[in-house]
Design a protein around this ligand. Structure first.
Ligand SMILES: NC(=O)c1ccc[n+]([C@@H]2O[C@H](COP(=O)([O-])OP(=O)(O)OC[C@H]3O[C@@H](n4cnc5c(N)ncnc54)[C@H](OP(=O)(O)O)[C@@H]3O)[C@@H](O)[C@H]2O)c1
Length: 279
């Protein structure tokens, strides 16, 4: 039985992957930001999987203090961590900054993964063989990375520009971390789950909502199907020795030109250390 932490486990692909991983017989820790919703999801996962080894933890990834509290909670409660699934992510329909003063899409989607992963790295290494799964997006192909203005203080913010940048950050982090973890027995891979009919689309602009309903119904895959892409990278023996890759439809695929820029990956890493005040 592996211990698997899934962030963003209260909706969409994170919730469905949690059901699938619990059905496989693993202890699954659902991370949510709302206590009542997270508890209800634990009950749902128990009921749908038939497993009692389902627990919860709380974190708001828009707050670095909350991420640090989650890491402390995990280290206190679990002697080992076999798989970390970084999945909590969102889009924002308006510009804004977090309590830490960072543009919130970048803060939640990229720095959230970055800080939690680094804080849990020693536990993952001590649990090796272990895996880190990074839920990125095909949106990373459209992302840019202006390291001198990660919060768009000089303008240029749009919903999709910020989302693309944050998801490019996910793939850059994956490639950089894979190199740092060489020989440790811990792998790290990124994925695009497909275009999934999840709650993420509820943040779309009002004018787009009538268009989205039929698109969701006819062209998007289900959260169950999207969740399978997480489950595959989390536990399939096929990928036990694969690291530093970007997956679509359970196949490694060449990531964007920027995502393969090693100097950019190292520079983003250094900037992320600075922004999260990691030692
Ligand atoms: N849907 C797609 O087509 C698609 C495509 C490519 C990539 N993705 C990626 O897939 C991941 C999961 O998205 P989804 O489609 O399953 O969307 P979703 O249904 O909206 O689920 C997102 C999850 O992240 C959590 N979350 C969001 N902001 C958070 C915060 N500040 N602190 C803590 N938790 C937070 C949500 O919590 P609440 O339940 O409290 O809202 C929820 O559990 C994201 O990283 C997304 O970028 C999705």
């Amino acid at each position: 039985m592996k211990t698997i932490l899934v962030t963003g486990a209260t909706s969409g692909i994170g919730l469905e992957a949690s059901v699938q991983l619990a059905k496989q017989g693993h202890r699954v820790v659902l991370v949510g930001r709302d206590e009542a919703k997270t508890k209800a999801c634990v009950e749902q996962v128990k009921q749908r999987s038939g497993s009692q080894a389902v627990e919860s933890a709380l974190c708001d990834f828009a707050s670095q203090a909350s991420i640090r509290a989650l890491a402390d909670d995990v280290k206190r409660r679990f002697p080992r961590l076999d798989v970390l699934v970084n999945n909590a992510g969102t889009v924002f329909d308006a510009y804004g900054k977090t309590v830490d003063g960072i543009e919130r899409t970048f803060a939640v989607n990229h720095l959230g993964y970055f800080l939690l992963t680094n804080l849990l790295l020693d536990l993952l290494k001590a649990s090796a063989p272990a895996r880190i799964v990074v839920v990125a997006s095909t949106g990373h192909y459209r992302g840019d990375m202006d390291l001198s203005d990660l919060s768009y203080d000089t303008g240029g913010w749009s919903v999709m520009a910020a989302y693309g940048r944050s998801k490019l950050g996910n793939v850059l982090m994956t490639r950089s971390l894979a190199k740092k973890l060489a020989g440790s027995g811990v792998t790290v891979n990124a994925l695009h789950p497909g275009v999934v009919a999840s709650n993420i689309w509820s943040h779309a602009p009002v004018w787009a909502k009538p268009l989205l309903a039929p698109i969701k119904a006819f062209f998007m895959i289900s959260p169950e199907e999207g969740g399978q892409t997480i489950t595959y990278l989390a536990t399939s023996p096929e990928v036990e020795n694969v690291t530093g890759e970007y997956f679509e439809k359970n196949k490694a695929k060449t990531a964007s030109r920027l995502a393969r820029d090693e100097a950019l990956a190292e520079a983003l890493w250094a900037k992320s250390v600075e922004l999260t005040k990691l030692q």
